[in-house]
Design a protein around this ligand. Structure first.
Ligand code: LP5
Ligand code: MN
Length: 253
C-alpha cells in the first residue's frame, strides 16, 4: 500500500514531452498506488471549467479518469496557476479537490499538504496579487468574462509575471522560514509536503523540541518528479522515460 505525490506539472499543449511523461506515469506507475495527490499547478494555467472541452484538456481528464476507474483515488489541490479549477474539472477526472493546506494521516504520520506559494511571504508583490485573485468576489467577476478575454488577460499576466521574476532574487521566491515554522506550529508539528518553488529537497526542521520533515516536490518542466510514500518510507519514484531521480539534498534546519 502506497501513495504518490506530484506537483507543478504545468501541463499544456505546447509541451508534448511533459505530456508524454505524464501519460507514462499515469498509465504505468500510478496504477500501483492506492492514491495520487496532485499538489497544484497540474496545468500551465486554468482559465475556468468552461475550458474543459479542448482536445488537450479532454486528453488529460480522460487519462486521469481511467486511472480513477482502475481504482487509484485522485486528489487535486489548487496551485497558483490553476486555482480556478472547480467541480466540473474534478468530476471529469473522477478526482476530489483538496483545500490548501490539508492535514491527513498518511500511513500513521500526520502530514500537511500544501501547494507552497502561500509560504513565500517575502514575495510581497506576489502575495498582494494572490490576495486579490483568491477573493471569491473577484473570482466570480473574472469567471463571468468570456473565455477568450480571460485567456488574453492571463497571457498578459504571464508576461508580467515572467518579467518580474527576472528581477526577484532566488531567496525572495523561496519559502520563508518563519512562515514554514508558523504552519508547522499551527498544525501540531506534522510532516509537510509542498511544491511550487521547483527546488526538490528533503529538509528536517528542529522546532520547539519537535522534528518535522519537509519534502519539496520538483516541477516537470525539467525533471519529472514524484514522491512515493508508504508506512515505512518516503522516497523518489522513478518515472518511465525520465532520468532516474537522484536523492535530493538533505538539509537540517
Ligand atoms: O508560476 P510561476 O513560478 O511562474 O510564478 C509564480 C508567480 N506568478 C504567478 C502568475 C502565474 O504564473 C500566471 C498564470 C496564472 C493564471 C491564473 C488564472 C487567473 C488569474 C487571472 C488574472 C488576470 O502566479 C510569481 C511569483 C513566483 O511564482 C514565485 O513564487 O514570483 O508572481 C509574480 O510574478 C506576480 C507579480 O509579482 C505580481 C503581478 C501583479 C499583476 C497584476 C495584474 C492584474 C491582475 C488582476 C488582479 C486583480
Ligand atoms: Mn506554483
Amino acid at each position: 500500500m502506497h501513495s504518490l505525490l506530484i506537483s507543478d506539472l504545468h501541463l499544456c499543449a505546447q509541451r508534448p514531452d511533459t505530456t508524454r511523461l505524464f501519460q507514462a506515469f499515469i498509465r504505468h506507475t500510478a496504477p500501483a498506488a492506492e492514491a495520487l495527490y496532485i499538489l497544484g499547478d497540474l496545468f500551465e494555467y486554468w482559465a475556468g471549467d468552461d475550458d474543459l472541452d479542448t482536445a488537450f484538456h479532454l486528453e488529460i481528464t480522460q487519462t486521469l479518469r481511467a486511472l480513477a476507474e482502475h481504482g487509484t483515488r485522485i486528489f487535486i489541490m489548487h496551485g497558483n496557476r490553476d486555482f480556478l479549477m472547480r467541480k466540473e474539472l474534478a468530476a471529469a477526472c473522477h478526482a476530489q479537490l483538496l483545500p490548501d493546506p490539508v492535514k491527513l494521516d498518511l500511513y500513521g504520520t500526520p502530514t500537511l499538504l500544501s501547494h507552497g506559494d502561500a509560504l513565500c511571504t517575502d514575495d510581497t508583490a506576489y502575495q498582494e496579487f494572490r490576495r486579490q485573485v483568491r477573493d471569491s468576489t473577484w473570482q466570480q467577476q473574472f469567471l463571468a468574462i468570456p473565455l477568450p478575454q480571460r485567456k488574453a488577460q492571463i497571457e498578459g499576466l504571464r508576461a508580467q509575471s515572467s518579467a518580474e521574476k527576472q528581477h526577484k532574487s532566488m531567496d525572495i521566491m523561496d519559502v520563508n522560514l518563519q512562515a514554514v515554522h508558523g504552519i508547522l506550529q499551527a498544525h501540531a508539528y506534522p510532516r509537510l509536503i509542498h511544491g511550487h518553488t521547483h527546488r526538490p529537497a528533503h529538509h528536517v526542521h528542529h522546532l520547539d523540541g519537535h522534528t518535522c520533515d519537509r519534502w519539496v516536490l520538483g516541477d516537470w518542466d525539467t525533471h519529472a518528479n514524484a514522491l512515493r510514500c508508504d508506512a515505512n518510507s518516503m522516497r523518489w519514484e522513478n518515472i518511465p522515460g525520465a532520468p532516474a531521480q537522484t536523492e535530493p539534498p538533505l538539509t537540517l534546519i
